[in-house]
Design a protein around this ligand. Structure first.
Ligand SMILES: [Zn+2]
Length: 417
């Protein structure tokens, strides 16, 4: 493997990322929100750049855009991620994976050497769900997990429905499931995705890049504590304070998360939403509703932290003389990536950095949809301070170049196997 050539090609990827960021950002951050003109511009750029490398472009029924380089065989490898971002987002989330895929196509396109397997790069439609609130639209259409009836009636903040927004693209969400059969005709046998970590673990370990062994499963619920609102002049010992019960439970969630965290696997418990009724300075609340989002890569541990959180809520309710009720809103099982691809990914990281590093993803990715039916793996590059989904999202150039080089090593192994 020519390390200098890898470095040169990875520098090209970083330069292309800067070009994309300049085209699609304002001082507030990246603005490639799916189903908006700025995203369309990014998608057009992707298509034009890939045509110039001799790639064949196709757009499926769910508006996923594929670039293809024919190899010696029809067995194909897919590299993918997403060009869309959240409002005022960062320059790397999603874009890194697509632009690294573009870099791989450059290495194997008309200016490069013909690959053994056929190579596809995909820009998945609407991974973030920033405008309509449903994530992984394009990749879940391909995996068969997209609920068309639910998606059709989603509305953005201006009250425009998903169905209405798709008219500008001459698309109908009822046709999105056709993307699955279109995908199966492509002969794709493996899926690879490079992404920023979106947490500060690699930075804390002084590492640039690591293999991702899997993606956490998630249990998401609303928990409502119901007591009796009354005047803030009522003695504390005589209250039925719904907020204090929620607060006591929330502190316990932190303990549960920390207690089930090991050196390489984190347990996550997050209270992201809190509302009290009434919302008044001189009244302690009669109702407090919180959200709880729990994640772990082992389904047995996920069940344990879920059960322990339930018990903590029952105890907090009892301690504070209030009632508690639970409403499950969403869950997804953990994703464990393909052992053979994980090994190749670890080998690639080790060849590049001298170290075998593996971690697990807290955030969800399109790769979770692909892993449902295809051998898949991801690779993570360090995120500065763990920040993402904001304009401060960044990774130093040297770490990006290291990560992209390691990813190219992985692509070479899989494409030429
Ligand atoms: Zn992403």
């Amino acid at each position: 493997m020519n390390t200098e050539e890898l470095l040169k090609d990875s520098k090209g990827v970083v330069a292309d990322l800067r070009t994309l960021a300049a085209m699609t950002s304002t001082p507030a951050g990246a603005q490639r929100i799916a189903w908006t003109p700025v995203w369309d511009k990014a998608e057009q750029w992707f298509m034009d750049m890939m045509k110039a490398e001799g790639a064949e472009i196709s757009v499926d029924s769910a508006h996923n855009v594929f670039a293809k380089i024919q190899g010696e065989t029809d067995d194909a490898v897919l590299i993918g991620s997403h060009l869309d971002c959240v409002y005022d987002g960062g320059w790397l989330d999603g874009a890194l994976g697509v632009v690294a895929g573009m870099g791989a196509i450059k290495r194997y396109g008309i200016h490069g050497k013909k690959p053994k397997k056929t190579l596809y790069v995909v820009s998945w439609a609407d991974e973030e769900g920033a405008r309509f609130g449903r994530s992984c639209i394009g990749s879940s259409a391909v995996s068969g997990a997209l609920n068309v009836e639910e998606a059709a009636v989603l509305k953005d903040n201006d009250g425009i429905s998903f169905t209405e927004a798709l008219k500008r693209y001459n698309l109908n969400v009822a046709d999105f499931p056709k993307a699955k059969e279109e995908f199966l005709k492509k002969g794709i046998k493996e899926y690879l995705e490079l992404h920023i970590e979106q947490a500060p673990v690699l930075e804390s370990q002084n590492r640039s890049v690591a293999c991702v062994g899997g993606i956490c499963g998630c249990e998401r619920q609303y928990i409502t504590f119901t007591g009796q609102r009354a005047h803030s002049g009522c003695p504390i010992s005589m209250r039925h304070d719904a907020f204090l019960a929620a607060a006591q439970a929330s502190l316990k969630f932190r303990d549960i998360g920390l207690a089930h965290t090991t050196a390489d696997k984190f347990a996550y418990c997050t209270v992201g939403k809190v509302s009290v009724v009434p919302d008044v300075v001189t009244i302690f609340p009669g109702i407090c509703k919180i959200s709880l989002d729990q994640r772990h890569v082992d389904s047995s541990v996920l069940k344990t932290i879920y059960d322990e959180a339930h018990d903590a809520c029952v105890k907090a309710a009892s301690d504070n003389g209030v009632d508690v009720s639970f409403e499950s809103v969403w869950s997804i099982p953990p994703t464990i990536f393909d052992p053979h691809l994980v090994k190749l990914c670890q080998d690639s990281v080790e060849e590049q950095t001298g170290e075998r590093a593996t971690l697990y993803s807290g955030p969800l990715h399109d790769a979770a949809e692909m892993a449902k039916f295809l051998p898949s793996v991801m690779m993570f590059v360090k995120s500065t301070k763990g920040l993402s989904h904001c304009k401060e999202e960044d990774t130093p150039d040297a770490d990006l170049e290291c990560g992209v080089s390691a990813f190219f090593r992985l692509v070479d192994k899989v494409v030429n196997a």
